[in-house]
Design a protein around this ligand. Structure first.
Ligand SMILES: Cc1cc2nc3c(=O)[nH]c(=O)nc-3n(C[C@H](O)[C@H](O)[C@H](O)COP(=O)(O)O)c2cc1C
Length: 219
């Protein structure tokens, strides 16, 4: 695989045009306390039993892993962001989809800290949850799907492919450690989820780059 090279001139392309039904506004989490990072790191394990996530747990996980903290336009005219996780070129090409136990799909809107409901024509949550169950049974868990929009990173870099997969890994790492910090169970999956997107993603602007079950910890 070639090393990425920053382009002399940015190539700006149209962003994927997301369509939503209802939007759910999330609140800034309040009164959250974490153990120290060394305790959380020592305790983190992949855990494969999943209770239902409360709205507050979902909200808090997204806030501490994925929200947009600063958004600005750089000297190349590209939108760059600062979020909890780093991203090559500050471009953040990884979108987060949430497949609920009720088989609904929401996209996390990091700038607004809200969730937009995706139509079942866009992605079939029941089918992707069923596929994920073949690897690890999700029970009442929430299936998180990482979806890359490669053109975002390709706008600034030649040979951007490895950056996109590395960005997805970083997001997964943040989800893992923050889940542990919040006392949630998380299991990453070897599937990319890509084949489920392609069927509805006629212009192929999006690529599946990972899945993970997350849920509350059954007592
Ligand atoms: C990219 C990735 C894919 C994974 N895929 C699976 C999987 O398909 N099934 C599974 O049970 N665990 C999966 N895991 C979890 C690993 O098996 C687990 O991280 C490993 O056994 C180490 O255990 P630990 O996370 O408790 O330290 C995956 C982990 C990663 C990072």
């Amino acid at each position: 695989m070639f090393d990425p090279i920053p382009r002399d001139f940015a190539v700006r392309t149209e962003r994927f045009n997301w369509q939503f039904g209802e939007k759910l506004t999330l609140k800034k989490p309040a009164n959250i306390t974490f153990d120290s990072i060394d305790q959380i790191i020592d305790r983190r394990r992949t855990r494969r039993e999943f209770g239902k996530l409360s709205e507050s747990q979902k909200n808090t996980l997204l806030w501490y892993t994925s929200r947009t903290i600063i958004s600005e336009i750089d000297s190349n005219g590209l939108e760059v962001q600062h979020r909890p996780a780093p991203s090559a070129g500050a471009l953040h090409p990884i979108h987060i989809l949430i497949h609920t136990p009720e088989n609904q799909c929401y996209k996390y809107l990091s700038e607004e800290h809200s969730l937009g409901l995706c139509s079942s024509d866009f992605i079939n949550s029941k089918a992707i949850r069923h596929k994920a169950d073949e690897l690890v049974i999700g029970e009442l868990g929430t299936l998180i799907q990482l979806v890359a929009e490669p053109a975002i990173t390709m706008s600034k870099y030649k040979h951007a492919k490895s950056l996109i997969y590395r960005d997805a890994g970083v997001v997964l790492g943040y989800l893992s450690i923050v889940s542990e910090g919040l006392g949630l169970n998380l299991c990453a999956l070897g599937l990319t989820g890509d084949s489920f997107l392609r069927k509805s993603n006629s212009h192929s602007q999006l690529t599946g780059v990972g899945l993970a079950w997350v849920g509350s910890r059954p007592s």
